[in-house]
Design a protein around this ligand. Structure first.
Ligand code: FES
Length: 106
């Protein structure tokens, strides 16, 4: 089972912002949306660009390169030019820190 990785303190990731963390050599973008945290792989399924700097509206994340949109909660692709979902990762809050892990190694 993969280890939980500390992203940052809960208060360090303000609402409406994100941060990127290295989880076992996988770059993971962690978003704070209205106080809830969500994690997706920081790789757009369209052309492999980073996606953490994309525009967030509600629970939708728009890729900064070509405008594909994804549901941050589920990773589901919502519009072209991407046709595959984003990988999502489990989040937990422990001792006021945000933690994430790559469950694909379980
Ligand atoms: S790399 Fe994200 S839409 Fe093209």
């Amino acid at each position: 089972m993969s280890e939980w990785v500390v992203v940052d303190a809960v208060d360090a990731i303000a609402q409406g912002t994100s941060t990127v963390v290295d989880v076992d050599d996988v770059m993971v973008a962690v978003f704070n949306i209205n106080g809830d945290f969500f994690a997706v792989e920081d790789v757009c399924s369209h052309d492999g660009g980073e996606i953490a700097s994309g525009c967030v509206k509600g629970y939708e994340l728009e890729c900064p390169r070509h405008g594909a949109r994804f549901n941050i909660k589920t990773g589901e692709v919502l519009c072209a030019p991407a046709y595959e979902d984003l990988e999502t990762f489990p989040i937990r809050i422990v001792n006021n820190t945000v933690q994430v892990r790559d469950h694909r190694w379980d």
